[in-house]
Design a protein around this ligand. Sequence first.
Ligand code: URA
Length: 450
Amino acid sequence: MNTYDLIMKKRNGEILSKEEIIYLVNGYTSGEIPDYQMSAFLMAVYFRGMNYEETTLLTMAMADSGDRLDLSGIKGVKVDKHSTGGVGDKTSLIVGPILASLGVPVAKMSGRGLGHTGGTIDKLEGIPGFQTSISEEQFISQVNNIGLSIVGQTANLAPADKKIYALRDVTATVDNVSLIASSIMSKKLAAGADAIVLDVKVGTGAFMKSVEQARLLAKTMVAIGTKAGRKTLAVITDMNEPLGNAVGNILEVKEAVECLRGQGEERLLKVSKILACYMLIAAGKAKDLEEAEKKVENAIKSGDALEKMKDFVNAQGGNPEYIEHLEKFERAKYSLAVSGRELMEHSDLCGELDEAYLASCDNQEIGMVSLILGGGRETKDSVIDLTVGIQLKKHLGDCIQKDDCVAILYGNDKQRLTNAKERFLNAYTLSANKIDKNPVVYEVITEKDL
Ligand code: URA
């Protein structure tokens, strides 16, 4: 077997065998196959695709490239969740405490943000003292004690994915269904949970721009999980604008806590609750959606989920007083408001109308606004500013008057704030006519839909 022949085989649209896929994954992980050959192979996959069988084999080879976490020391059905990536997505910080307060053990490994998307681990590091890197023994004993731990991914969990993902990022081969599905599922399978609930994002801030593409990705991942013996389902949710009001690490932690207090933004609460419901059902703690909804509502209303958040922060070295008193969090030095008038002037509607509707949002651009402010990474080694970000006051479909505040940008550098504002204004379009709001949840894909 040699790499040249396998690149040519895929370039010609042929199907690769198990041995061939393992040869490529192991060869690249060990350094025997160079970047230029793996890049050519990934581009061949990008254009020729892989069938379900090949995608599953690729996933398994990547999951087997490093350690597999053994969660057998944790009592109960362990349920994991994973989002395909978005802007303002802080659902793990809401869903984790809800589930743990309802007796479902959540042992979660999360990632950092890259490019325009945010990551749970960066957000948690906004809580003073919070440790995202703890030993495996501590991780397991914390889940047994309080029901929840969220940590950064260990270096040897699916190392093939780590290397291949970094290469995809610089070779324009990220947004391919087989490559995304195998990347996500290899990590989820290696992370050891019994059941997996996937949040597949669709829209301008997601890798999948249409519901058809998102459905294909969802089905591929559910098929892989099911084949690997894990109960797996996917919820397709909207990412045509940021999820919730806050974008930026500390701002998002605060918004997650507000949700746990029952005061969060409507769309964010809706996505968080539906994910929590399906996780509860997957864990066998609710027989149907109706029962799950009641339990999830009660976890918030009773204050149990909020208490669990404090226990979780405390257990990982963070100061729980910050959760009690959100005003304690560090803030950015400067803020800059965006008014309805400025948005209208930008879209040439000013002068013609006194009000307009927010019609569309280039959500990837909103992610870039946060990045410009310092809240995201341009390279893997960039140091991020946890205090900066965006607080939205209006959402798609809302009517805007000239004097309305549409958003407030927070930053520590005035020039960056000015640049970020220009980019923010470019990200939206307005309409003189009323606009229907996008659905929050599009579809749920289970094993039965395959
Ligand atoms: N998230 C991942 O972990 N991998 C991808 O390929 C895309 C999103």
